[in-house]
Design a protein around this ligand. Structure first.
Ligand code: HEM
Length: 499
């Protein structure tokens, strides 16, 4: 805590209508993680509280030059490519394999806007205003009590007020640590006049070697993200690109576009979820249950791979089971022209190819529901893994002994329509999609679906008998914290938040 006398918070800022052209995407004004994803091998999420609003604004002005915009990320990606080419073509130079590059972004919670006296009411998202802690019961996170007395089983830091998160990415730990140090100096975190204090800092790392783009259950992640109109110039075949306003505030497609104040335009809501994965238990379940998939020519390992793919909706390689339902096809998985080009349209009312409950079909139902209803709930995912690889002892005992999982992060122009809708109305909903006419209940999303023990099952796991049900005997993804943030534009940061 600061020992200085409190300085009154500035008067609330007066709104005025958006002045920008809502079809234009200003790459220099948008924080880089939103549309491009900051390049990363490792990433630190630095959660903080503001302890001195006026000094925070002053210090924030020094942080802004470090923030990577979408335009900066474009330049960094070019540098990375040029460097890779040099390493490849000039082995005699003995260069380290990766170029040292860091990325910094910042996002603030509703509590921060209260703290610094900025009226954020036109952000107009109840989930954002209430914060994730209050939302955790509706998300069906495990916890004790009900209603106002509900306390989720979260890590302690996430039960405290969190005002913001600074995201620092890089090629290696020293690059990121050095940048975090620089940021701590800017805010004088360890000095005599700090403007913020650290609540908790969490490090994520991509997995080693060939598993680098795979999440901890082993499945390739980050395959399907919406193409954004006006930004992605040459979208690959697949779901329809989304208007920029589904991700960025104040653009065409943002349901509240006309209400936004200028400083909100080009910003986006960031959802963070601290998701632990029980990998040995998941693997054990898939192996044990694979005996229920008896198909000619399928050995035990192949049956387990098929069952896992039916829980996720893609093979570990990333190949979608809607296109290649019974055998993995790594070539298809690697081909961006094909790996997202499916719509479940061949089986609106059946689950022979892909179960309704599978994670991919649940979180992006494609032709299962009308196109406009799909478009309303799209998000851009930017997560990273945390924790070590599964040890031999964990494998042998089939028990998790070390925390690992996904630092889930996603961007959208409405949390209520984006992350929150997907989690509560699709993944946690045993009767989704609503229009299907199969007699069986689809069941819960086996990966992230939360519900009562009685709800924890799905149909469609067996392609030959879609009405058979599979009960989940564990919860393999356990939410242990999170918060809702707003990632402002550079102008919003300079002209209003740090002004
Ligand atoms: C530990 C937790 C999670 C794991 C292991 C996981 C894993 C995966 C995998 C393997 C894919 C398929 C590859 C891809 O398209 O990128 C995927 C897709 C997806 N996930 Fe998750 N995910 C998790 C949490 C979440 C959460 C919390 C949400 C949102 C509520 C979510 C939403 C999505 C969406 C929207 C897609 C893309 C579906 C598509 O367009 O085909 N995931 N996830």
């Amino acid at each position: 805590m600061s020992t200085q006398a409190p300085i009154p918070a500035p008067a609330p800022v007066t709104p005025s209508p958006p002045s920008k052209n809502p079809t234009e995407i200003d790459l220099g004004n948008i924080q880089g993680d939103i549309l491009s994803g900051l390049p990363k091998k490792t990433e630190t999420f630095y959660f903080f509280q503001i302890i001195h609003p006026v000094h925070f604004k002053r210090d924030l002005r020094q942080l802004i030059p470090l923030i990577k915009t979408v335009a900066d990320v474009g330049k960094d990606r070019k540098k990375i490519q040029d460097y890779k080419d040099r390493v490849k073509h000039h082995p005699e130079e003995n260069l380290p394999p990766l170029i040292h590059l860091a990325g910094v972004n910042i996002a603030l919670s509703h509590l921060a806007f209260e703290e610094i006296g900025i009226d954020d009411s036109k952000l107009d998202d109840p989930a954002f205003t209430n914060g994730q802690l209050k939302d955790s019961e509706s998300l069906k996170d495990k916890g004790t009590g009900t209603g106002p007395t509900f306390v989720p089983d979260w890590e302690e830091p996430f039960k405290k007020p969190i005002h913001g998160v600074i995201i620092v990415t890089g090629d290696c730990h020293p690059t990121v640590d050095k940048t975090v140090q620089q940021i701590e100096n800017i805010f004088d975190v360890n000095g005599s006049s700090p403007s913020i204090s650290l609540v908790t800092s969490i490090r994520g790392d991509v997995r080693p070697g060939d598993l680098s783009a795979h999440e901890h259950f082993g499945y390739l992640d980050g395959v399907s993200n919406p193409a954004v109109i006006g930004f992605d110039k040459d979208p690959a075949p697949g779901p329809k690109p989304v208007p920029a306003g589904k991700i960025l505030l104040g653009h065409d497609g943002d349901a509240n576009r006309d209400k936004r104040e200028p400083w909100m335009v080009d910003g986006s809501f960031l959802v963070f979820r601290y998701l632990f994965q029980k990998v040995p238990e998941f693997d054990d379940f898939v192996e044990r249950s694979s005996g229920r998939l008896v198909r000619p020519g399928l050995d035990k390992k192949e049956a387990a791979d098929l069952l896992g793919a039916r829980l996720v909706g893609r093979w570990k390689s990333g190949a979608p089971i809607d296109i290649t339902p019974f055998h993995d096809n790594p070539h298809l998985a690697e081909n961006p022209q094909r790996n997202n080009d499916f719509s479940f349209s061949a089986e609106i009312n059946v689950q022979k190819l892909c179960p309704f409950a599978s994670h991919v079909r649940r979180t992006m139902p494609r032709d299962d529901i009308p196109e406009d209803q799909v478009e309303a709930h799209r998000i851009l995912r930017r997560g990273i893994q945390f924790g070590p690889e599964v040890t031999k002892q964990e494998k042998r005992t089939k028990t998790t002994m070390h925390g690992r999982g996904l630092l889930f992060a996603c961007y959208q122009s409405s949390i209520s329509d984006g992350f929150r809708f997907i989690q509560t109305r699709w993944s946690n909903n045993v009767r989704f999609p609503p229009g299907e006419t199969t007699p069986e209940t689809p069941g819960l999303d086996p990966i992230i679906g939360q519900g009562t023990p009685a709800d924890r099952k799905m149909s469609g796991f067996n392609p030959d008998k879609p009405s058979d049900e599979l009960a989940f005997d564990d919860l393999w993804v356990v939410p242990r914290g999170g918060e809702y943030f707003f990632s402002p534009s550079i102008e919003g940061l300079k002209d209003i938040i740090a002004a």
